[in-house]
Design a protein. Sequence first.
Length: 171
Amino acid sequence: MRRITIAFFTLFAVAITPLWVVKADSPHFLRAGASVSNNGILSVTWKEAGLGSNALINYTAGANGTATYACFNGGGKHPSATNKEDVAGPVTASGPFSSGKNGSISAGLDVQPPAATLACPNGQRFVMAYVSYTDVFISDDTNGVRENIPGSFAICTLSAAEREAAPDLCS
């Protein structure tokens, strides 16, 4: 009887082992956040767990971006309202990351602002004056898991003197 009981529990343990493995591989984000640097780049950071050991996961970070670009002359003035460009659209960055032995990934991706086509005349310099991001997200493309990051993220990249010369560029 004792051999039957031991055999039964051994077979039971072997039978449910795959359930433990499936349960361990349950991808989910533990945290996700975003911030904008002084140069207007959106940094999206996250921690995802339940990935299994040594899994290669492809991520995409993205947002709807809006940026204002302008031209400033050598005297630090914004000479003409036509010397600016507002651009908007979806922006993304992607890359692969490995989970290592612990089955989780803590990482980040940098998303560039929407690109401009504005060309400044000779003697003027091109600047990004303002950038904002909404509808920010991080997506685990390998497992089909997505986390939305609430809020909007914006920064005026102009110096104090440039803001004074062209206050309309950062609003």
